[in-house]
Design a binder for this molecule. Structure first.
Ligand code: PEP
Length: 253
């Protein structure tokens, strides 16, 4: 099964509207003509509409970094799936470890967000990953299994097929400490095996699993050479056109 590589940038809480538009202008130019890889950027909420407008007609997609599951109403500070669609988003990141760590995200709330995204035609990038402590205590597989089962609860194959998985070991995010290609592959393979059990081997084969955690132009090729790594969710290195372009163009490095 050949899966189209997918490189997505998570800009986190960075970039004003002008800076965001400037970055995507540069990316449109530096990525023009690139084929065989899907690309998306993940600006903060405030810049989503401007970035979507700037990217109209371009193959670069746009991901929001979170969403709330309700349609509308008295939920101060939240953003609904329909609002993200209205801004022009294609994707939404769900369950990022920073949301789990700092904002009380649980497997149950991840599940509610995933379902709401899918109902509204937003493709979720669903993040899972263990902390350093969990890895040291040899709980990596148990944690990933719990996150998969909790996050995907009651999601049928026909819905799940639009989901992109991102394996992001928490100890590798923003630390400069990447998982080795072998460490990452071991967990990606485990995720695919679990998905085969939860759905079917056809579904598991079709699902893309990104790796995230200090991906750079220097380490991307080694990661992408692994059979179960289908792309990257990139934080720091997606904030500059030069480094993100090199990651997207990994085959040419
Ligand atoms: C992320 O934010 O999802 C991420 C992987 O960040 P970084 O690439 O900076 O480690």
């Amino acid at each position: 099964m050949s899966r189209l590589p997918f490189m997505a940038g998570n800009w986190k809480m960075n970039k004003t509207i002008d800076e965001a538009v400037d970055l995507v202008r540069q990316l449109k130019a530096s990525l023009s003509g690139v084929t065989g890889v899907e690309v998306a950027v993940g600006p903060p909420f405030t810049a989503l509409h401007a970035v979507c407008r700037e990217l109209q007609g371009s193959p670069i997609g746009v991901a929001a970094q979170n969403l709330f599951w309700e349609e509308k109403g008295a939920f101060t500070g939240e953003v609904s799936p329909a609002m993200l669609k209205d801004a022009g988003c294609d994707y939404v990141i769900v369950g990022h470890s920073e949301r789990r760590q700092y904002f009380g995200e649980t497997d149950e709330t991840v599940n509610r967000r995933l379902k709401a995204a899918l109902v509204h035609g937003l493709k979720p990038i669903f993040c899972v990953g263990e902390t350093l402590r969990e890895r040291d205590e040899e709980k990596t597989f148990a944690v990933i299994q719990r996150q998969l089962e909790g996050g995907l609860k009651d999601l049928e194959s026909k819905e799940f097929i639009s989901v992109v998985l991102a394996y992001e070991p928490v100890w590798a995010i923003g630390t400069g400490k990447t998982a080795t290609p072998e460490q990452a592959e071991e967990v990606h393979r485990f995720i695919r095996e679990r998905l085969a059990k939860m759905y079917s081997s056809d579904v598991a084969d079709a699902i893309r699993i990104q790796y995230g955690g200090s991906v750079t132009p220097e380490n991307v090729r080694g990661l992408m050479a692994q059979p179960d790594i289908d792309g990257a969710l990139v934080g720091g290195a997606s904030l500059k056109s030069d480094s993100f372009t090199k990651i997207v163009r990994f085959k040419e490095i």
